[in-house]
Design a protein around this ligand. Structure first.
Ligand code: GLV
Ligand code: MN
Ligand code: MN
Length: 403
């Protein structure tokens, strides 16, 4: 098989008919089908599959469970996301195993293909939920309380999927079993296209925080309420969103985005009573993100007060700046003929895990440069080159000691 054929096998799962692209959210039907696909693909390759207590999937090559070389990514998507963000890394990991098996090569240390749960945070609001739970960066009780857009809690979703709520939480044994993690991913910008190169390694990930802004106003009748004296949270939220952009534009390389808004009760002839808006800020250091947040919130508070509304702010997640392990990254880059190392603004499970073990990433060229959208792209020949590169990296890392 090839990467393209493996991607074709899951191409019908979780299509988003409204936006195009894919909406594959944790433990919803599409995700459950992808989990089944993971299991059967792994079994076809002779790997033994397990689901850990945090809903992450593992497919082991080799009996031993220590000193493993892990590779993989995630299968969930953002709402209306592309076909490659996540699945390319999982599919390429399986293809790399298939390439190595076809060569008759077998690893001196275990190789494990993994798919982390809810990397995007699209259903329960916490990016890299599965890897964060595994390393103990979120309290299980806090995770279980989180609710999706329909009010279903993680606890309910977990039970409905037949998973054990009591198993959620830090998994020190598993973490200790991993010596190194290499995540292959579609590039989420145009750097490689502009350089005319199919592959790169990653040097770093921007610091990143997400906040929920709740603006409370006074619901009323759109016709009988005079314009003067309204306390309209939609107007306040609109001003707040403009402030987010203004502050980000004033800072080099900063990002500030509101990509999700929820209006209550959301009626055409109703002045809303509440607006929730989700703020995503990214920057070149943790301090830079915090400073940008402070300045943004100061402006937002003033604009919300001007409208006679009230603001509540809740931090949903914070991910510190990641600098990938240099020796490992150099080793991966030189195994592949001296690939360049490029930074990224997108979050990854490799970023979470890099605080605990050496991690590296391989990026595959994206000709559109678009991601988190149906237009995300990767050429077939680049995907195959990515799987061959990953096979070479596994041959290198799983054939000799890593550290
Ligand atoms: C995930 O891809 C993110 O960067 O938000
Ligand atoms: Mn991803
Ligand atoms: Mn993503």
């Amino acid at each position: 098989m090839s990467v393209s054929e493996r991607l074709a096998a899951i191409a019908a799962i979780g299509r988003d008919d409204a936006r195009g692209g894919y909406s594959r959210h944790l433990l919803e039907p599409a995700d459950l089908r992808l989990r089944e696909w993971f299991r059967s693909t792994a079994q076809d390759l002779g790997l033994s599959v397990e689901v850990d207590g945090n809903g992450n999937l593992w497919a082991w090559w080799g009996e031993d469970r220590t000193g493993a070389v892990a590779t993989g990514s995630h299968l969930d998507s953002v709402p209306g996301g592309g076909a490659y963000d996540g699945p390319l890394g999982v599919v390429s990991a399986f293809e790399a195993v298939a390439i190595l098996r076809a060569e008759g090569w077998s690893p001196a240390r275990p190789v494990v293909v993994c798919a982390f749960a809810e990397e995007e945070g699209s259903r329960f609001g916490m990016p890299c939920l599965g890897s964060r739970l595994m390393v103990g960066e979120i309290e299980p009780a806090e995770a279980l309380r989180r609710a999706d857009r329909d009010g279903t809690t993680l606890e309910q979703a977990w039970r409905e999927a037949g998973l054990a709520v009591s198993s959620l939480g830090p998994d020190a044994g598993r973490l200790a079993a991993l010596d190194v993690f290499v995540e292959l991913h579609v590039e989420q910008g145009r750097d490689l296209e502009d350089r005319g190169l199919p592959l790169a390694v990653s040097s770093s990930i921007l610091a990143h925080g997400r906040w929920r802004l709740s603006v409370h106003g006074e619901g009323n009748h759109a016709g009988s309420t005079p314009m003067a004296g309204r306390r309209d949270p939609v107007v306040a939220a609109a001003a707040a969103i403009l402030a987010v952009r203004q502050v980000a534009l004033e800072r080099p390389a900063a990002r500030g985005t509101v990509g999700r808004v929820s209006v209550t009760p959301n009626g055409t002839n109703v002045i809303a009573s509440r607006v929730d808006a989700w703020l995503d800020i990214r920057g070149g250091s943790d301090a830079q993100v915090r400073e940008q947040l402070d300045v943004t919130l100061e402006l937002i508070r003033a604009r919300v007060a001007d409208e006679g509304c009230r603001l509540e702010v809740e931090e949903e997640s914070f991910s510190s700046l990641v600098a990938f392990d240099e020796p490992l990254t150099r080793r991966v880059a030189s195994t592949l003929g001296d690939l360049p190392a490029i930074p990224t603004g997108a979050g990854h499970d490799a970023g979470v895990l890099s605080a605990y073990l050496p991690c590296a990433m391989i990026f595959v060229r994206n000709p559109t440069g678009v991601s988190h959208a149906p237009e995300e792209a990767a050429r077939d020949e680049d995907c195959e080159a990515g799987a061959r590169a990953l096979a070479a990296v596994l041959r290198e890392l799983a054939g000799t000691p890593v550290r």
